[in-house]
Design a protein around this ligand. Structure first.
Ligand code: HEM
Length: 494
């Protein structure tokens, strides 16, 4: 009886919503189903499904995800409208289950609505973690980790297949956890089975939270008063209890050692800065530390993996990049350092080209319209999920010549950049909600790609044809290559 009542109320709600929506001039829509609306179009790999739909219906698309309205933006001109001209209108985020149960009831940054808490957290990150001076102060961590990775690569021997995804993930994970909590969890080349309990526990927590964040959940597409029916809630609560115990333990260690520590990590700085917030500060800190670990690891690792794969598929580009590195840095075995980056035009072009074709987050984190507004002459209803498909924008016809080709030369002599000022290339988003860790992410990618190419010769594993590594995407926490990249790697002979 109770269920029947809910179904009737839901149908009444859908009816009223339909009447309201019919009065608006909405963007074109694909075919939908009763109740589900267009949710079935998000099956498979959502950014690829939406890319295919945009080819059919155009650069702005209207959908209903259950009872929630949504728009999909797939062109640079309309992305500029959403992320610059009407930035404030779209600066909020829709309800995401993992922000609620996975990140301490919206105490993080990314899934948080546009409110005072979000502003305070962004400001704290901007002034305490991502200032140029602070990013420079993390350089020794990046260099130590790169040295560790290189000795594992040298030790692998010419004929052993090396799993580059594993190497890069260890690098980015260690860098982030050392910056955030002064802890190092992984050794390069370590067998998965021998990973120590604490490291494995934290890796699982990070993976499970990110994975839940990526999935769509029923409670995101029904009226808020019906959210209790979401069957995923108990699972998320269990995961939350596990992660809270883990993070609280690390936080307590920081509190105990606060007065004796010389070097302060981000957790120490947050403890100091949020003192006046009383008990709530601990949840803020745990939420932000977990979120930054998720945000800063797979994103950087996956784009370096794609870049290496593209270079292996394009030997001409690889040798041109080596030539540039030899000319600018010298052909000795000495490392490529950050001041070199400004003189490495081809390196920067290669990285931009990888970001264009393989953005780590092909759909930006969903934005949300806070009022009914107009985009390209169409109405966008209030509280609409707003997806910006950066994958489509990177392949937009009429904007990119030879759009499907890996051709870094397109960027030489051009001012187009990845930092959010050029709307045809948006791997970090743009506007108020652009990536908070963009500078750190970019420096990490530049350091890894340049040094890996400068120090080693790369080849596909013999007997495992390069066709195994089709340039195909996989559904995962980020836009990973379908199969983890395995390579043979030898120190360069000069
Ligand atoms: C190559 C590396 C990275 C890429 C490609 C990347 C990309 C992105 C993108 C596309 C967004 C969403 C923007 C939007 O919704 O409009 C985002 C948000 C965010 N990123 Fe990154 N990111 C990277 C590295 C990092 C790092 C290293 C950190 C921090 C340690 C970080 C922290 C964040 C945070 C906190 C947000 C949420 C911003 C907000 O909602 O206000 N990211 N990132």
């Amino acid at each position: 009886m109770g269920t029947l009542l809910y179904v009737i109320i839901l149908l009444a709600f859908v009816y009223v919503l339909r009447k309201y929506l019919l009065r608006l001039k909405l963007p074109p829509s694909p075919w939908g189903l009763p109740l589900l609306g267009h949710l079935h179009h998000l099956a498979g790999i959502p950014f690829l499904s939406l890319h295919a739909l945009s080819k059919q219906y155009g650069p702005i698309l209207f959908m209903k995800l259950g009872t929630v309205p949504a728009v999909v933006i797939s062109s640079s001109v309309l992305a500029k409208e959403v992320l610059r001209s009407q930035d404030q209108m779209f600066a909020s985020r829709p309800y995401i289950l993992v922000g609620d149960y996975g990140l301490y009831h919206f105490q993080g940054i990314g899934p948080v609505p546009y409110n005072d808490h979000w502003k305070m957290m962004r400001k704290l990150c901007a002034t305490e973690l991502f200032t140029p001076k602070r990013i420079d102060s993390f350089l020794p961590i990046r260099l130590e980790e790169i040295t560790g990775m290189f000795s594992a690569l040298r030790g692998a021997g010419a004929h052993k297949a090396v799993d580059m995804r594993n190497m890069l993930s260890i690098f980015t994970f260690n860098v982030m956890t050392r910056i955030l909590m002064n802890k190092r969890f992984f050794e390069y080349g370590e067998d998965e089975e021998h990973i120590d309990g604490e490291a494995k526990q934290f890796k699982d927590i990070v993976f499970e939270t990110a994975d839940q964040g990526l999935q769509f959940h029923i409670s995101e597409f029904i009226p808020h008063w019906l959210r209790w029916i979401d069957w995923k809630v108990p699972e998320l609560k269990r995961l939350h209890a596990k992660k809270d115990k883990f993070l609280q333990n690390i936080l307590d260690q920081h509190k105990d050692m606060a007065s004796t520590k010389g070097h302060k990590d981000f957790m120490d700085i947050m403890l100091q800065n949020l003192e006046h917030r009383g008990a709530a500060r601990e949840d803020f800190i745990k939420a932000v530390v977990l979120e930054l670990t998720i945000a800063g690891t797979d994103t950087s690792a996956c784009i370096v993996e794609w870049t290496l794969l593209e270079l292996l598929h394009n030997p001409r580009v690889l040798s041109k990049l080596k030539e540039e590195l030899d000319a600018v840095v010298g052909s000795s075995s000495h490392m490529v350092e950050e001041p070199d980056f400004q003189n490495l035009d081809y390196l920067n072009a290669v990285i931009k080209e990888a970001f264009r074709l393989h953005p780590p987050l092909p759909l930006l984190i969903p934005h949300m319209s806070t009022q009914t507004c107009t985009i390209a002459g169409f109405h966008v209803p209030k509280n609409a999920f707003t997806f910006v498909n950066v994958y489509s924008i990177g392949r937009e016809r009429g904007v990119w010549e030879r759009a499907d080709e890996f051709w870094p030369e397109r960027f030489l002599g051009k001012s187009v950049d990845v930092r959010g000022q050029d709307f045809e290339l948006l791997p970090f988003g743009s506007g108020r909600r652009a990536c908070a860790g963009m500078q750190l992410g970019l420096k990490t990618v530049q350091l890894l790609v340049s040094n890996l190419v400068h120090a080693f010769d790369w080849s596909f594993v013999p007997g495992k044809p390069s066709e195994d590594y089709l340039l195909q995407e996989r559904h995962g926490t980020v836009n990973w290559i379908k199969t983890p990249l395995q390579v043979c790697v030898v120190p360069r002979t000069r």
